[in-house]
Design a protein around this ligand. Sequence first.
Ligand SMILES: [Cu+2]
Length: 184
Amino acid sequence: MKRSRPQLLVTALLFSAVAQASAQTSSEPSIGQQTQATPTTRTVFIKMDDISYGQKSIDVKPGETVRFVLKNEGALMHEFNIGKAVSQLEHQRKMALLFKEGTLTPTGKAKSVVWRERSGLGDSNPPGIPEVVEAIHDDPNAVLVEPGTTKEFVWTFHDTANLNFACTLPGHYQAGMVGEFVMR
Ligand SMILES: [Cu+2]
């Protein structure tokens, strides 16, 4: 889809500031952190489809590091967002803004957008695009997975109750694209 937009429209959406502020208030301990896998890291495979995850709950141990291998077999883009419901619904509002602007489409990122993600995996931007819309999806606790692609996301859990994995693309959470981590 080719879009015509004003030149050099720079939209810096600093999701991470919002996510961290909501995840690390004094009354709420840190939910964990993104990290690197080691040879002994447990791997959990998660199939993403339109519109669901392959499982509704995942058992994890407090302090455990898990490598999630996220395979999107659907036709729509999906997200794997680790967090509490309140911050995920907040994140969903930011996502809706990206859709409204057209920097994000139901099937992926708009071609005219220079995307930056923390993981840096699988997002090479074509050079020489005259218009630059910069959108930052720099959440330490989330990764976008485009249709037909697989991404890895490694996370160290803290001892945190009521932690979900969810897709915050508009309507997906409400359609049931959410599951829970069970601390055992
Ligand atoms: Cu989704």
